[in-house]
Design a protein around this ligand. Structure first.
Ligand code: ADP
Length: 261
């Protein structure tokens, strides 16, 4: 009798052990798949600018060095490639931290109007190149204080305004506006009259590495990580991010924040 009971218990335990191990292995497989995919994307994203830099440097070594004009042009382009690599690596660093759940928000109270103005100042040169006007629509001429992680919100605003310039039309406008919502919240909208996004791409915009134009024709594009970083940061604050876009007309990205009064 007791041997039968022991056997039954043992069988049950062995079965449970096997099931647990199976689940563990499944989890490991999923993580391994994720890691493999991530590494694949990373090397793909790094290759293009690396080849660009290598191309310019080889051409310089092959003789272009002797031509004063070409020399300056190619060195500048190589430098741009390196700059792009740095951006990509910084984005990768950020996204891997975010996806590992290492967001570590440091809340403080700051004036969001001033932050937006700072971002405009930093991006003015890029906007000027396409003759894009950066506008801040302020219904009230006073500071608006919010409670959030200032550095991370600065990154959110930078990524969104940068995108509005990258995908904006020449002579276009980027308009940022702030509105009050109920429940002590505000909504910040970044609207452009640029190329817009086709409807079927919209659900995928916030996926990491997703880019509408995969052909690489859009040389100024980044890593496809900007919007996924934005989403992580906003959702990490328990806030919401929205997008509305019409192909050929323009896009509006908006996010909510908690007001501090
Ligand atoms: P990246 O700009 O580095 O490619 P993002 O994650 O910031 O990556 O954006 C993903 C894609 O979403 C972009 O490649 C672009 O196709 C599209 N996109 C983002 N912002 C805009 C915008 N304001 N107007 C049009 N398309 C946009």
């Amino acid at each position: 009798q007791s041997i039968t009971t022991d056997m039954a218990t043992l069988t049950r335990e062995v079965k449970k052990f096997a099931t647990d191990k199976k689940i563990e292995i499944e989890n490991l497989k999923v993580r391994e798949e994720y890691r493999r995919e991530f590494m694949g994307n990373v090397s793909h994203e790094l290759k293009t600018p690396l080849f660009t830099v290598q191309g310019y440097l080889s051409t310089l070594l092959d003789g272009a060095m002797k031509n004063k004009e070409l020399r300056k042009k190619y060195i500048e382009r190589a430098e741009k490639g390196v700059e792009r690599l740095i951006y990509i690596v910084e984005d990768l660093d950020m996204i891997s931290k975010l996806e590992m759940g290492e967001l570590n928000l440091e809340y403080s109270q700051f004036n969001i109007v001033e932050l937006i103005q700072n971002v405009f100042d930093l991006l003015e040169m890029s906007a000027d190149k396409k003759n894009i006007i950066l506008m801040l629509d302020r219904k009230y001429n006073k500071p608006i204080y919010v409670n959030a992680d200032k550095e991370k919100i600065q990154q959110v605003v930078t990524n969104l305004v940068m995108n509005s310039i990258k995908y904006g039309k020449e002579n276009g406008t980027t308009e940022v506006s702030i509105e009050d919502l109920v429940n002590n919240k505000i909504i910040v909208r970044i609207r452009d009259n640029g190329e817009g996004i086709e409807k079927h791409y919209i659900p995928r915009l916030f996926e990491r590495f997703f880019r509408v134009d995969k052909s690489g024709a859009r040389s100024e594009g980044g890593s496809g990580l900007g919007l996924s970083i934005v989403k992580h940061i906003i959702e990490g604050h328990d806030e919401k991010i929205y997008v509305e876009s019409e192909y050929g007309i323009g896009s509006e990205f908006s996010f909510t924040l908690e007001k501090f009064e």
